[in-house]
Design a protein around this ligand. Structure first.
Ligand code: CDP
Ligand code: CDP
Length: 199
């Protein structure tokens, strides 16, 4: 069965948490597409070459989750040739047999516009910055400033900007506990999957 769940949204909205839970619930494969851009940003040198030569080991470096790695990712993510180099791998992953969940910024709009489910997960910038601060610590005002800066860069780039697909289901997690956000996402996927299985 081909079944793609596209989960997009801004930094620290809860995309990864929800994606992993949805993948677990339905036995789908999961791809964190942000890790691709984080790895390219961390590599140094020519980002286009880095994107073309990316290998799976590059995605498990332990310094990819820092604020700096997020900023570096969003800087290389504005380069059309970088995005183009990462496109086929993501498309193939999305349409692999057995179901796939991909989270990122442009999954429902560019990578897989035909996705069976599209979720746009969001929350206020303050809530998202607070979550990131709980994970990483540091200066809370700086974390908020960096989250806003990255959102701006992601929303305003010319190529594949962050925005909800017109047919995305919106999920605002500002006032939702993790378990409640997961329940809502799983319910949306289950309803769509039931339809697909009934043919
Ligand atoms: O992948 P993304 O950057 O969108 O967010 P994440 O890494 O899944 O989540 C960021 C943090 O927010 C994690 O520590 C989650 O436990 C927390 N969180 C959440 O994901 N959803 C909520 N409704 C509340 C908190
Ligand atoms: O976890 P968080 O939401 O903070 O970031 P991420 O998903 O790891 O993505 C890091 C950066 O990569 C984003 O700010 C985007 O600039 C870029 N990105 C992208 O352009 N397209 C994607 N599909 C995924 C990430």
């Amino acid at each position: 069965m081909i079944f793609t769940v596209a989960i997009d949204g801004p930094a620290a909205a809860g995309k990864g948490t929800i994606s992993r839970a949805v993948a677990d619930a339905f036995g789908f494969a999961h791809l964190d597409t942000g890790a691709l851009y984080r790895a390219v940003g961390a590599m140094g040198g020519d980002p286009v070459l880095a994107a073309r030569n990316l290998v799976p080991e590059d995605l498990v470096r332990d310094d990819l989750r820092t604020l700096g790695a997020g900023q570096a990712a969003s800087r290389v993510a504005v380069i059309p040739e970088v995005r183009a180099a990462l496109l086929d791998f993501q498309r193939r992953f999305a349409r692999r047999a057995g179901g796939a969940v991909l989270d990122g910024r442009d999954i429902g709009t560019v990578i897989c516009p035909e996705a069976e489910v599209k979720l746009f997960v969001t929350a206020s910038a303050q809530v998202r910055a607070h979550r990131r601060w709980l994970e990483l610590g540091g200066d809370a005002a700086q974390v908020l400033a960096e989250v806003r800066e990255r959102d701006d860069r992601d929303m305003n780039r010319a190529d594949a900007p962050l925005k909800p697909a017109t047919d995305a289901v919106m999920l605002d997690t500002s006032d939702l506990a993790v378990a409640a956000a997961i329940d809502r996402a799983v319910a949306v996927v289950r309803a769509r999957l039931d339809l697909a299985l009934r043919g």
